[in-house]
Design a protein around this ligand. Structure first.
Ligand code: IDP
Ligand code: MG
Length: 153
């Protein structure tokens, strides 16, 4: 029930000043942020993460784009988080993505489409491990509830 998924805010989103807007959409929807960090993706990690595209004509540009500037990696949690996040993100080609989705509202490109989101539960588990160590993921909801009810009144 407590499903988690990986989101990467790609370099184009950070360069365009859209990182806050993107994070905000997931927060407002009700997904909980359980991990977040700014990082540079290594070429090795790019090859692993985009193994389904290695060898395609656009792969060298994709690798360069994803590794030459920082990204923000996030893990969010919630019921059916994988599917919910994919719907908020929208389809791959920004020009065809549904208005109202992040790509549909802010991207005019197939390659510079602002976000990565895991496409299945199995891939989410693998991808979370690819970018986060266990101690970089947090379970703070119960602690926060304790804090709320242990009020100072
Ligand atoms: P997704 O990000 O919607 O899951 P995938 O097919 O897994 O789409 O592709 C991963 C990423 O590779 C895309 O988000 C996009 O940045 C890039 N990409 C996919 N197809 C193309 C293409 O035809 N030209 C250029 N870049 C592409
Ligand atoms: Mg994909």
């Amino acid at each position: 029930m407590r499903e988690r998924t990986l989101i990467l805010i790609k370099p184009d989103a950070i360069n365009r000043g859209l990182a806050g807007e993107i994070i905000s959409r997931f927060e407002k929807k009700g997904l909980k942020i359980v991990g977040m960090k700014m990082m540079k993706m290594s070429e090795e990690k790019a090859r692993e993460h985009y193994s389904h595209h290695v060898g395609k004509p656009f792969y060298p540009d994709l690798e360069k784009f994803m590794t030459s500037m920082p990204i923000i990696a996030l893990v969010v949690e919630g019921r059916n988080a994988v599917d919910v996040v994919r719907r908020i993100v929208g389809s791959t080609n920004g020009r065809e993505a549904e208005p109202g989705s992040i790509r549909g509202d802010y991207s005019m490109s197939v390659s510079k489409n602002l976000i990565h989101a895991s496409d299945s539960k199995e891939n989410a588990e693998k991808e979370i491990k690819r970018f986060f160590k266990e101690d970089e993921l947090f379970d703070y909801r119960l602690a926060y509830e304790d804090f709320l009810y242990a009020s100072d009144e």
